[in-house]
Design a protein around this ligand. Structure first.
Ligand SMILES: Cc1ncc(COP(=O)(O)O)c(C=O)c1O
Length: 455
């Protein structure tokens, strides 16, 4: 726990409240508990995907139905959803235009290995929004990053990539690197690394332009893969002028710049890139662009596209490590076309960002009323509260402010009060149907929990 927060919320209070919150959780979720126990044999650890074990509480909550920003669990509890499938459902769950287009597509061929009629309009819309003219599709943002990295190494002939400390870009081997005493090392928990991370990756702290210049100066970095603001270790904003320098330094070093908009899409219809006029060589994205139907995408400039085409051996393109059997399938593209045209529109973003501002103001009120040494940071329609009296400027500072016990307690106590937050940190996302009263319900619930911790 950070020094500042321990003054505000002593650990024994956190543990005391945790005991009663766990009791309330168990009383409200008997069916989920039973399902988790029954699933213990057929599913490893009783869940279909290992991250699902990480929710607070004695077992995960099994959900029955979700619509818009409401989620109902198998015990009949209703939740206001600010997790939104941790961005996969930023559209709200099952948005009507996406469901209609996907349902129609389901009846007429899901995947064929041929381009479908929706491919062109989706490519054109991605170009219009993000300013890069050439797009390809994958099944996830992780895949989009993997393919983009491969292409950058191929066209530059350089072996390494550079990422920022405590980044997250999906299950991409080269990105699970961190800085320990200035050395690039595998992150704790990195499962089965194929080679030592220092062989593939350089890591520098976000906002550290001197270290960036030095790392790029070695001349062996094919690409920088960067979120425009870190969003997975809490939100860490770029310093003024950071992006201009990142762009200048990468150009100077002959290094390509990939901007990962998977989470920062929350800044507007063209993501952070559109909202702040960035000029990357490639963009990667995934999660909500098809309303929750699995899709990823990566786009590139004319100059990169030319180099990629030059380097492609077309006769063996199917075994080159870029693409996949189901990538660019007709269902994903039908869903993406409808989602981009009718759900994640300019008007929807304006409404979602207004709710983000209200959320931020609500949390700031709780912080001020209780004199908490916390900060709240907003990025478009996403907001996050973090421990510590001042905002972290890089991944290491953000990681140091983290308090696992308090984080678990806040998640559980809010869940018990009908609020679902993004797991693993205190982040919330607004979707087109998030209302003022939903945001205010979070503010009230947080105020109640903080009061219970302060008595
Ligand atoms: C910035 C960023 N990029 C890529 C990914 C990978 O997305 P997926 O797990 O859908 O492949 C994530 C996932 O959280 C992410 O936050």
């Amino acid at each position: 726990m950070s020094d500042q927060s321990s003054k505000s919320i002593p650990p024994d209070r956190v543990r005391g409240l945790m005991a009663s919150e766990l009791e309330n959780f168990e009383a409200a979720h008997p069916r989920s508990r039973q399902m988790h126990e029954e699933a213990g044999e057929a599913l490893l650890s009783g869940v279909p995907m290992n991250w699902m074990t990480r929710w607070p509480g004695s077992h995960p909550v099994f959900f029955a139905a979700a619509e818009g920003n409401r989620l109902r669990d198998v015990d009949g509890n209703e939740l206001i959803d600010f997790c939104l499938g941790d961005t996969g459902a930023m559209t709200g769950h099952s948005p009507a235009p996406t469901v209609a287009a996907a349902s129609e597509r389901l009846r007429h061929g899901i995947t064929t290995m041929l381009p479908s009629e929706d491919a062109l309009p989706v490519g054109e819309e991605m170009s219009r929004r993000f300013g890069l003219r050439h797009w390809q599709f994958s099944l996830s943002a992780s895949d989009a990053n993997r393919f983009a990295i491969r292409l950058c190494r191929e066209v530059t002939g350089r072996p390494k990539i550079l990422v920022f400390n405590h980044c997250y870009h999906g299950s991409v081997d080269e990105t699970f690197a961190t800085l320990v005493a200035g050395e690039t090392t595998a992150r704790v928990g990195n499962v089965g690394p194929s080679v030592p991370l220092a062989e593939t990756t350089r890591v520098v702290e976000f906002n550290d332009l001197e270290a960036l210049a030095e790392a790029l100066g070695q001349g062996d970095v094919a690409c920088v893969l960067a979120e425009p603001a870190l969003t997975n270790i809490g939100i860490v904003l770029p310093d003024a002028g950071f992006h201009a320098e990142l762009r200048r330094l990468t150009r100077e070093a002959g290094t390509l710049l990939i901007v990962d908009e998977t989470h920062t899409f929350c800044c507007g219809p063209g993501g952070y890139t559109g909202a702040h006029g960035l000029d990357p060589d490639l963009i990667t994205i995934g999660k909500p662009i098809a309303g929750g139907v699995p899709t990823g995408a990566y786009g590139m400039t004319d100059a990169v596209a030319e180099r990629v085409i030059e380097h492609t051996i077309w006769e063996v393109a199917d075994v080159g490590g870029v693409g996949g059997t189901l990538a660019g399938n007709a269902l994903s593209l039908a869903a993406a076309r409808a989602t981009l045209a009718e759900v994640l529109t300019e008007e929807a973003f304006a409404q979602m960002i207004a709710m983000g501002e209200r959320f931020e103001a609500g949390v700031q009120g709780v912080i001020d009323d209780n004199d908490l040494a916390w900060t709240v940071t907003r990025l478009g329609c996403r907001a996050e509260y973090m421990l510590g009296a001042r905002r972290p400027r890089n991944g290491a500072e953000a990681a140091a402010a983290f308090d696992t016990e308090l984080d678990a307690l806040l998640h559980l106590a809010l869940l018990n009060r009908g609020i679902l937050m993004t797991p693993f940190h205190m982040m919330a996302l607004m979707c087109p149907t998030t209302s003022e009263s939903d945001v205010d319900a979070h503010t009230a619930a947080l105020g109640e929990v903080v009061a219970a911790l302060s008595v």
